[in-house]
Design a protein. Structure first.
Length: 307
């Protein structure tokens, strides 16, 4: 992004984990950071205090991505204080962990409300402002399990697959406005994600699954063990990858960036990219891709991205 001004960056779910690491990294790079979280004056008061102590360019604001009014209020506050939002980092999320059949429809809906509708809600809140300023960047924190399937992560898988489709669609449709949309696909990282993962409320009647009933706990223990000893599980890796995407010029950012241990997803992304390009070419829509050559890009004199 442009070095002529500070970038105004909103991060959802910034109290802990990847969001917290990203807020700290961007604050060090002189971004104006709005680190959002639920209940900053209560449950997350200590985290809010630590973030505020990072410097005058870090602002903690309350935001619940599952609430329309909360999303709109947070975005309006930033616009009122700064006049713009340059970057939205859709990081807030959680995960149900267990056999798919054990999850109720209510639990499935709760998962999608945070991980999918929460992202869509935030995008809808910021996009009118980004289109007006003719620039902006949407960064969607997906996962390697948004591209490959891991058993017992079924609904989390589904929510991240949905984010992949949403973010890529935005990438094409927003290109004439100078607004970019990209995905970051982290592998496992040393955060509290596994410890805080949600479990099905009712597993009765599933005895026929046998040993698989213990599978979620065994997998969680395995991931936690790996994350404690693997240097590729440092959350700073993701934060640095996000910072590089922000600094990259518009038209030169990859759609997908894997981060950390990717289980071969980067190769999968490389292998499937030509097929997507073929779809766009076949429908004479290749000019909607921000990474198309200059001659292929749509003419949009009003769009002067600062990215």
């Amino acid at each position: 992004m442009s070095h002529t001004k500070q970038n105004v960056t909103l991060i959802t779910g910034a109290a802990t984990g990847l969001g917290r690491a990203t807020a700290e990294t961007l604050a060090q790079q002189d971004h104006i950071v709005y680190a959002s979280m639920r209940d900053p004056n209560g449950r997350h008061a200590a985290h809010a205090k630590e973030l505020t102590a990072l410097g005058d360019n870090v602002h903690v604001i309350e935001l619940d991505v599952t609430d329309d009014a909360s999303a709109t209020s947070a975005v309006n506050q930033i616009i009122a204080e700064q006049g713009r939002i340059d970057v939205l980092i859709n990081n807030a999320g959680n995960g149900y962990f267990g056999l798919m059949e054990s999850l109720s429809i209510t639990e499935l809906q709760k998962q999608m409300d945070v991980n999918f509708f929460g992202v869509a809600r935030m995008n809808l809140a910021v996009l009118p402002h980004m289109r007006k300023q003719k620039s902006g960047l949407l960064i969607h924190i997906s996962s390697v399990v948004g591209r490959v399937i891991v058993p017992f992560f079924g609904i989390y898988n589904a929510s991240k697959f949905a984010i992949e489709a949403l973010a890529e669609t935005y990438r094409y449709e927003l290109s004439s406005h100078g607004v970019d949309s990209v995905l970051v696909e982290p592998g496992p990282f040393a955060t509290a994600f596994m410890d805080n993962s949600l479990r099905p409320a009712d597993t009765t009647g599933l005895s026929s699954y046998g040993d698989l009933l213990d599978g979620p706990d065994q997998m969680a223990n395995g991931f936690n063990e790996m994350m404690q000893h693997d240097e590729n599980c440092n959350p700073k890796i993701v934060a640095d990858d996000i910072a590089k995407l922000i600094e990259a010029p518009y038209g030169q950012r990859p759609l997908r960036t894997t981060s950390g241990t990717d289980f071969g997803v980067s190769a999968l992304n490389d292998a499937t990219a030509p097929f997507q390009r073929g779809v766009l070419e076949g429908m004479e829509m290749l000019a909607m891709d921000p990474n198309a050559s200059v001659s292929e890009q749509p003419v949009a004199e009003a769009a002067e991205p600062v990215m």
